[in-house]
Design a protein around this ligand. Structure first.
Ligand code: NI
Length: 281
């Protein structure tokens, strides 16, 4: 009989393998660090649609059963997303967001509901659902229709349930003294960082500094052909101590808002203009 910790270790290892398959850059970056660098994972992020049976709380339930605790809620108004983060005494943080489906046009709402109706909801209660991929048929037309209103909706439709990113904990790295050193190292090795809102999101006053690569672009099969689209990215996080001396263990909404753009399709890496707005429903 496996302990909950053993089950969580298997969960993270399975997530990591699924993630590397979609994000070959992460594998390359991970291997750039020396074994002595002590690369540890700060958090992973998951995405879903905010519909009954697959909301944040539904897909988090198997993790709660293994010892994770719900900590804090977030709202990303412009992107029509809400999120929660979950913590465990010894395992990485887990950040789960969902699309606020009712904020979008009727056509988009029905398209998303039609995708979600193909999920066997009895599978949601197993932690392996979180790296089970796509549960629906999807055409390139449907993908592009979603992309018109939400990069996030199109991403979830194309990839389904799997880690959107893993995050290197800069605090645990032995040979880098901060986020600037890590960013310089990543760029010197030929990888591009998400520059939306500046390469470094957050600051010491917010107790959290984050940066991320732009997502890999990979070939994805649809029922009527294939497209080469952004998949997953790698993130780097440096946490500052609170006045009690303990490291800040939450997230900063304004920074996460920009990190979401690491999977944007039409690259607007040099600016942070809002290029698409959801139509009024
Ligand atoms: Ni993150």
């Amino acid at each position: 009989m496996k302990t909950n910790i053993q089950k969580l270790e298997i969960f993270f290892q399975s997530m990591w393998l699924d993630y590397l398959a979609l994000n070959p850059d992460a594998d390359k970056i991970f291997k750039l660090f020396n074994p002595q660098d002590n690369v540890k994972n700060d958090h992973i992020a998951l995405r879903t649609f905010g519909l009954p049976g697959i909301r944040v709380e539904d897909i988090a339930q198997p993790l709660v059963e293994l010892g994770y605790v719900e900590m804090q809620s977030y709202h990303f108004k412009k992107k029509n997303l809400r999120a929660k983060h979950y913590a465990h005494p010894t395992m990485p943080l887990i950040f789960i967001s969902e699309l606020i489906v009712e904020s979008f046009s009727i056509a988009t709402q029905s398209l998303i509901k039609q995708l979600v109706s193909q999920i066997d909801l009895s599978k949601v209660s197993n932690s392996d659902f979180l790296y089970s991929g796509r549960h629906w048929n999807l055409s390139t037309t449907a993908y592009n229709q979603l992309l018109q209103e939400s990069e996030y909706a199109a991403w979830v439709a194309a990839f389904g349930y799997r880690p959107n990113h893993f995050t290197v904990s800069i605090n645990d790295l032995t040979q880098f003294d901060g986020i600037v050193a890590v960013n310089d190292f990543i760029k010197a090795n030929g990888f591009r960082l998400n520059a939306s809102g500046g390469e470094i999101k957050g600051n010491a006053d917010a107790f959290l500094e984050q940066s991320s690569t732009m997502a890999n672009r990979i070939k994805v099969e649809f029922c009527d052909g294939h497209l080469t689209i952004p998949s997953c990215f790698y993130e780097f996080a440096f946490r500052h101590p609170l006045s009690n001396g303990e490291l800040f263990k939450g997230f900063v909404a304004s920074s996460a808002d920009k990190i979401f753009e690491s999977t944007n399709n039409l690259v607007s890496n040099e600016n942070n203009l809002e290029r698409r707005r959801p139509r009024a429903a």
